[in-house]
Design a protein around this ligand. Structure first.
Ligand SMILES: [Zn+2]
Length: 80
């Protein structure tokens, strides 16, 4: 009985942590070392980036500070 309660409590905490992590990742953008565009992670062009050349940005400003411009296909914001 007690064990079952503890297990569901742990599961709840894990789910909370997991959803927090996915929210934090919602605002990340990706670019390639071989191009000057940054993309939403779901963009078809973002998916074509070789993992070895992938650059991750935590904000649009960060991408622009690195000299990247928004992709014309997925249209990430200029500013978060
Ligand atoms: Zn794109």
């Amino acid at each position: 009985m007690f064990k079952k309660l503890l297990a569901s409590l742990l599961l709840g905490v894990c789910l909370m942590l997991f959803s927090g992590v996915s929210v934090a990742h919602a605002d990340t953008y990706v670019g390639s070392k071989n191009s000057t565009k940054y993309h939403y992670t779901w963009c078809k062009w973002a998916k074509k980036i070789n993992p070895n050349n992938k650059v991750v940005f935590n904000s649009a400003q960060e991408a622009q500070a690195a000299g990247y411009i928004p992709c014309k296909v997925c249209k990430p914001p200029m500013k978060d």
